[in-house]
Design a protein around this ligand. Structure first.
Ligand SMILES: Nc1ncnc2c1ncn2[C@@H]1O[C@H](COP(=O)(O)OP(=O)(O)OP(=O)(O)O)[C@@H](O)[C@H]1O
Ligand SMILES: [Mg+2]
Length: 530
């Protein structure tokens, strides 16, 4: 138990330490180090923020296990944004509780409500649920929250956002006034923190490395690729990896089905996960993927938050995430519990600016890389074939074939026999025709277009319409086509044809400073350095 010394120092009991040992935990993560002793010693509310995959579940789960005694009354409720996460959090707590006889029950939609009611009747200590179903039970009076001591929101920023806030507040209103509120997430935007403070009196903000939202364990890459070449790029990424085990995120359910079906048609072992599937299917598919019986899972953002899959090698953003938080959570499915991973984001030229925004807000270093070349994919495949054959040679498990080999070598040229056998074993694995050409694209169109930098000047209500009108007024260019402009808080970029850019620059230079945005040529230097 020497290794568990640090956990013991946090104040955990022997029974819990045993469970941790069984689980293979050796020392606490930073968030656990900060949160566990605090919750054991004081009745405080907590806003806890730490990177994805750093054990936030155990950070709130272990104190519950220490503080609660089985009593058949619900004393802790944990809300999660997805059903799969409710199941997972309940499992994690069960695996940590050791000899403590606490009853933990996940309750979520898509599952028989009668079964849940009968379990609740028998007495449950900790409920882990999704808001809709929890409210359903409260309204049916099959769930009583009047003994609740701990009210916990996992993925708190999502739970306090528009989609969930009303339900969450209603559930909270059913808990006693002296409950403790514990909020956890890898991302805590300030507007959410101010919202949360409304409900909390004596709270502490515990943050681990807020200056770096994504983990160093994950290499972050982006590929510039046009929409129609994304699928080909995906296949190359999978094929160049010796053991690809990855999650592919798409924006819509339809995209998820399309991409997964195309992968299956091409012979990959892929599955699809999204909210239109039955709950039975959703659980079956996630189980299959978690147990590595499929090595590719194509999913919507239902799988973006909290889901813990061991040893995932890759997260692919087939479509750009909607916002920086979604980026952080999606890529956080890899690089967990000390293991390394790779996150690859596909960006079309039109989306490049959105990527810059995501990069800035998520404070992450996303590097541009070239899409793997076909010849490199083929070379790595050759290497893999060689390794496989070499390993059979090493283990000498081919005795049955020795006499046949001799016979065949007597009749044919050895190189040809070898090639034929490889063909038999590996079919068209090395055929370059499996791959399509990928068109090179770049977000900066160097031919005839210029990127202009727009700073607001003193006009802080600048809109795209206003900008267009101003350009019309100042330059006489009537049908101005501004490609890729979005006004951010302080500045913007716009791409315009070369000649028009010169006219705009001149015209804006002549106008007086102060009541207009300042437009200048954008520097390309920084962009090239990524
Ligand atoms: N102290 C520890 N030592 C080793 N592994 C741990 C430790 N704490 C947690 N883990 C494991 O690390 C993995 C990630 O933990 P968890 O899912 O709680 O992360 P998280 O911080 O909630 O991430 P996310 O923000 O993505 O929800 C789990 O498999 C968990 O069992
Ligand atoms: Mg979590």
């Amino acid at each position: 138990m020497v290794k568990l010394e640090k956990f013991r120092e946090l104040g955990l009991s022997e029974g819990t330490l045993k469970a941790l040992k069984k689980k293979g935990f050796e020392e606490p993560t930073p968030i656990q180090e900060k949160v566990i002793p605090l919750l054991l010693a004081q009745d405080v509310d907590i806003i806890g923020q730490a990177q994805t995959g750093t054990g936030k579940t155990a950070a709130f789960g272990l104190p519950l296990i220490e503080k609660l005694k089985p009593s058949k009354k619900v004393k802790a409720i944990i809300l999660t944004p997805t059903r799969e996460l409710a199941v997972q959090v309940a499992e994690e707590i069960n695996s940590l509780k050791g000899s403590n006889k606490l009853n933990v029950l996940p309750i979520y939609g898509g599952q028989s409500i009668e079964n849940q009611i009968s379990r609740l009747k028998k007495g449950v200590d900790i409920v882990v649920g999704t808001p809709g179903r929890v409210l359903d039970h409260i309204r049916r009076r099959t769930l009583n929250l009047s003994y609740v001591k701990y009210f916990i929101l996992d993925e708190a920023d999502e739970m306090l956002d528009m989609g969930f806030i009303d339900d969450v507040e209603e559930i909270l209103s059913n808990a006693p006034a002296d409950r403790q509120i514990l909020l956890f997430s890898a991302t805590m935007p300030s507007r959410i923190i101010s919202l949360a403070k409304k409900h909390m009196k004596n709270y502490k903000i515990i943050s681990v490395k807020p200056e770096q939202l994504t983990t160093e364990l994950t290499e972050q890459i982006y590929f510039e690729v046009s929409e129609q070449d994304k699928f080909e790029a995906l296949c190359r990424i999978i094929d160049i990896e010796p053991e690809f085990y990855g999650l592919v995120f798409c924006r819509t359910k339809v995209d998820v089905d399309t991409v997964s079906n195309r992968l299956i048609d091409r012979g990959y072992n892929a599955e699809a996960l999204h909210g239109d599937l039955s709950q039975y299917q959703r659980e079956r598919i996630l189980k299959k993927f978690k147990s590595k019986r499929a090595n590719i899972l194509v999913a919507t953002d239902v799988a973006a938050r909290g889901i813990d899959i061991n040893d995932l090698t890759h997260v692919i953003n087939y479509s750009l995430p909607q916002n920086p938080e979604s980026y952080v959570h999606r890529i956080g499915r890899t690089g967990r519990a000390g293991k390394e991973g790779t996150a690859i984001t596909f960006v079309t030229p039109e989306e490049y600016r959105k990527l810059l925004f995501i990069k800035r807000i998520s404070k992450s270093n996303i590097k541009k890389m070239p899409i793997p070349k076909v010849k490199d994919v083929i070379e790595t495949k050759k290497l893999r074939i060689k390794n496989e054959i070499n390993s059979i040679l090493e283990h000498g498990t081919y005795e049955n074939y020795m006499s046949l080999a001799k016979e065949m070598l007597e009749d044919h040229d050895p190189q040809e026999v070898m090639a034929a056998v490889l063909k038999y074993a590996f079919q068209d694995e090395l055929d370059e025709r499996n791959y399509r050409e990928i068109k090179e694209v770049s977000s900066v169109d160097k031919k005839g277009k210029t990127r202009l930098f727009v700073a607001l000047g003193r006009d802080d209500d600048l809109t795209i319409e206003k900008l267009k009108n101003m350009i019309k007024e100042y330059t006489n260019i009537q049908n101005i086509y501004l490609k890729d402009v979005r006004i951010l808080d302080k500045f913007s970029f716009m791409t315009v044809p070369f000649e028009e850019a010169e006219i705009i620059l001149q015209a804006f230079k002549k106008k007086k400073r102060g009541r207009k945005p300042i437009i200048s040529k954008a520097k390309e230097k920084k962009r090239k350095a990524d």
